[in-house]
Design a binder for this molecule. Structure first.
Ligand SMILES: [Zn+2]
Length: 886
């Protein structure tokens, strides 16, 4: 189990004690940076003038640079406030492993101001990091090239020599030299363009100079050059907002403009500080390793998070666009304006942006019930955090590579869940006021995580630091057990223990709650709701100890120990209390019902509840109307359906069809234009898919086939949710002719959502020959390297062909690790979590032991989770079959 590290040890008090941090004898104040990319030759030339402050006399300047050549470096020393005298020429040495350049002068630079001049050359790589190349096919079928940047975490040093650490904030004045038929953008607005001759093939060149940025970290610098188009700007309270995308795709930009304008206003108001940039471009990049990147004023995205046609997209696809745009715009304040001192703070940056993304999306489209849907994200966090191999949210980060491991579900989803729990405990208004205090105090600066807790404490008077630190400095989460109190008056006894899954392969035979008196302890904000015939009351308390007793109001008929369902904990009721709660489902909110189902399924994985009990529990939800609750029910049933074959399988199919039948009847087969909201449409699609596959319902299968035909003839002819369901059902059951049709459509489609949908659907085929075609296609060059890892991950989770997918991946492993972005490899590997066969699981373990990847902890988590699936199958298959047969 990860140790609890006291907070005082998390932050190295003296940065000079960390060998990965640059000496601070000389620090940058301002960079004037000029870059000239050559897109055809895949290279760039650059020069920079860096105004620095010499804090300690030295004849050495150490900064970061890698995979580049520094052709010349000189220094000028300011004398009496004037820069002058002979420039000092530096001797430059590059240390590739340390990613550093050392400039050595033959006499010391005195304390005070100085100016460095450097000239350098580098390559435009195809690894989607630093300054890199991306390509697309334009409307005339011609391949076009663009150059773009992805600096976070520490790849600015691949684009220009710099102090590549988040607290070395400086002003950036960027100039790019490009053929004048290309579009060039950077963090700030364009100031001027000056002709500077011609390219060798006779195109006119211009030097485009951009305005100065605010003082900011190097990881936020961006420049993008290529055959791109920009929409007309939308004025958002004086700041121009545009979408920039490959030429020919502008018609898909209007939704992002609407969302971007909303989010920019929403956050200006929420933080109480105007947007700190002078303009904002949302830039769609064809090849992109992450989802998006919050470069100040020049946010870059995967195409599908910016370019979208609302008429043909599902609610989930649109919501992803809104979420990601809102997330990145929240970072303009939280991250860009106020920035972590060092990479250990990256989790707060991301957790908070994820939290703010939800609040903004919820304000943009209240009918999407974003916080209910967030339940699914929280489930994903629980699912990793219930493992031995979990980690604390915040941990000691020595090298920047340590920080790369932070970009995972524990940072984003668990971090956001903990922030949400805290916000609900403190109250949304008091919480926001505390954040405003923090932002106002630290703007343009750098902070430690604890600065935020201190601001919230000062605002609210609550022990915020103590609560927060119990959640961020230890891995895992508690299960709260709830039983009748021991005294004479009606009371409840609540006790906390760490929750774990069973069967992790490490010798822990049983899961459930472990720990007891000496186990880990959390400061748990618990909200207990008690209902009687007449009233419902809510008690808010902080469970700090192992256990406590609370009074029960007289006449209470049911109790919910996670009222509002904002707590990041699981609840285990004694049987009588659970039965009473299930008898009062109508009293609970959708998120509370979701959480009840989610806890029930987790209890099965922990071997604390047998699978048949889960089936009986979800059968109580026959009147359920909420999309997220149904998604959770279907998720659990889908796992169980993999464990039973033959007659038992058929009986489970019948039970599922019976469960979803009434809900389908209530919704009707087709969209009711005036009546249905977006979530209702999504639910209709989900239930059709469930009836056809898990319910083995022939009529639902036929209906899916008809819908698919209509959709493939005309994308706009079918409701997007029904089209999605029809695709999944038909591909799952489909043959090679259908596979060909879908691939053809994928190649022809220009629409990012359509392409994504078709691509991932190809992972569903149960027919082995079809799945083999999908696997071959993933590495054929038809699929971008940004997408192929996710396609392969999905094939690993294929119900019947996971073993074939794994064999293919192991065969082609060296090609995969060479071509795909490094951050995507552990995501591909995450597909093994679905493996339920012991022999295959053993092959997975042996292969990963022989083929280690840098993100070792994430791999340990995936493997451990795989053993949980194996244990589930071995424990429940026979029991479930026997139950269904009885
Ligand atoms: Zn982010």
């Amino acid at each position: 189990m990860p140790e609890l590290i006291p907070s005082s040890e998390i932050v190295t008090p003296d940065p000079s004690a960390n060998p990965h941090r640059l000496p601070r004898a000389v620090v940058p104040r301002r960079y004037d940076l000029t870059l000239e990319p050559d897109l055809e030759a895949a290279s760039f030339a650059g020069s920079e003038t860096v105004a620095v402050e010499v804090l300690t006399e030295t004849n050495e300047v150490v900064l970061n640079a890698v995979e580049m050549e520094i052709e010349e470096a000189t220094a000028e020393i300011a004398a009496d406030g004037q820069t002058g005298g002979e420039p000092l020429l530096a001797n430059v040495t590059l240390d590739h492993d340390a990613e550093r350049a050392t400039l050595t002068f033959d006499r010391p630079l005195p304390v005070g101001e100085a100016t460095l001049h450097l000239r350098f050359r580098g390559v435009l790589n195809d690894k989607l990091r630093g300054f890199y190349r991306s390509t697309f096919i334009d409307g005339n079928g011609v391949e076009r090239v663009l150059a773009t940047t992805q600096m976070e975490a520490t790849d600015a040093r691949r684009a220009f020599p710099c102090w590549d650490e988040p607290d070395a904030k400086a002003v950036f004045g960027v100039t790019v030299v490009v053929p004048d038929d290309l579009l060039a953008i950077s963090n700030a607005a364009e100031l001027e363009r000056v002709p500077v001759g011609e390219t060798p093939d006779g195109r006119k060149k211009v030097a485009i100079r951009f305005a100065d940025t605010m003082p900011m970290s190097t990881y936020l610098v961006a420049f993008v050059v290529g055959p791109l188009a920009a929409t007309d700007p939308v004025d958002v309270d004086g700041k121009p907002l545009r979408v920039v995308c490959p030429v020919g795709k502008e018609h898909l930009a209007s939704y992002a403009l609407e969302v971007g304008a909303f989010a920019l206003r929403y956050f200006s108001d929420w933080f109480g500080i105007v947007y700190p940039g002078d303009k904002l471009d949302l830039v769609a990049i064809p090849d992109f390793a992450f989802g998006a990147m919050e470069n100040l004023g020049c946010v870059t995205f995967r195409e599908r998070y910016v370019l979208v046609d609302p008429a043909t997209s599902t609610q989930a696809e649109l919501q992803a666009v809104v979420d990601v745009i809102a997330h990145e715009i929240a970072h303009m304040w939280f991250g860009d304006l106020v920035t972590m001192k060092w990479w250990n703070g990256i989790w707060l940056n991301e957790a908070f942006a994820t939290f703010m993304e939800m609040t903004c999306t919820d304000a943009f489209r209240p009918d999407w019930r974003r916080w209910v849907d967030f339940g699914l994200s929280r489930t994903a966090a629980f699912d990793t955090d219930a493992l031995e191999a979990t980690r604390p949210i915040e941990y000691r980060v020595v090298s920047p590579a340590d920080a790369d491991g932070m970009f995972d579900v524990l940072t984003y989803e668990k971090g956001a869940s903990v922030v949400r729990m805290l916000e609900q405990h403190l109250g949304p208004d008091r919480f926001r006021d505390g954040i405003r205090r923090y932002m106002a105090r630290h703007q343009y600066g750098n902070t430690e995580t604890s600065d935020l807790w201190d601001a919230l404490e000062a605002e609210t008077g609550e022990p915020v630091r103590r609560i927060a630190e119990s959640w961020i400095f230890q891995g895992g989460f508690p299960e709260i057990s709830v039983e009748e109190g021991s005294g004479d008056t009606p009371a409840l006894r609540l006790a906390q223990r760490r929750f774990r899954y069973a069967g992790n392969g490490n010798g822990t035979a049983s899961g459930g709650a472990v720990g007891g008196r000496d186990g880990p302890r959390w400061s748990v904000p618990v909200a207990v709701e008690s209902g009687s015939e007449a009233t419902v009351t809510v008690d808010r308390l902080l469970l700090d100890a192992e256990a406590l007793e609370v009074e029960r109001p007289p006449g209470t008929s049911w109790v919910n120990a996670n009222a509002g369902a904002h707590g990041f904990y699981r609840v285990r009721y004694v049987e009588a209390l659970l039965t009473a709660l299930l008898d009062h489902l109508g009293e609970l909110t959708p998120l509370e019902r979701y959480t009840l189902v989610d806890d029930a399924w987790a209890s099965v994985l922990a071997a604390a509840t047998p699978a048949p009990s889960f089936v009986e529990t979800v059968e109580r939800f026959v009147d359920e109307t909420d999309l997220s609750v149904w998604e959770r029910i279907v998720g659990g049933l889908g796992q169980l359906e993999r464990l039973v074959e033959g007659d038992a399988g058929q009986r489970l199919h019948t039970r599922v069809a019976t469960l979803v039948g009434p809900a389908r009847a209530r919704l009707g087969p087709d969209v009711r234009a005036e009546v249905d909201d977006d979530r209702t449409r999504s639910l209709r699609g989900l239930l059709l898919q469930t009836a056809a596959l898990l319910g083995d319902d022939g009529a639902a299968r036929e209906r899916s086939a008809e819908l698919l035909d209509a959709y493939l003839r005309d994308t706009t002819a079918v409701d997007p949710s029904l089209a999605m369901a029809a695709l999944v059902v038909s591909a799952t059951l489909g043959d090679e002719a259908l596979h060909d049709r879908l691939v053809e459509r994928f190649r022809a489609s220009e629409n990012p959502q359509d392409r994504e949908r078709l691509l991932l659907t190809l992972s569903r085929f149960r027919d082995p020959a079809c799945l083999q075609r999908t696997l071959d296609m993933a590495l054929s060059g038809t699929v971008r390297t940004q997408d192929a890892p996710y396609l392969l991950r999905e094939t690993l989770t294929n119900r019947d062909n996971g073993a074939a997918a794994f064999a293919f991946i192991t065969d082609r492993w060296s090609e995969i690790t060479e071509r795909f972005p490094a951050n995507s490899i552990p995501r591909l590997v995450s597909g093994v979590r679905a493996v339920r066969d012991r022999a295959l699981a053993e092959r997975v373990v042996a292969f990963l032991a022989d083929h280690p990847i840098p993100q070792a902890q994430q791999v340990r988590q995936h493997v451990e989770r795989m053993w949980v699936t194996v244990a589930l199958a071995e424990r429940e298959s026979e029991r479930l079959a026997a139950y269904l047969g009885s």
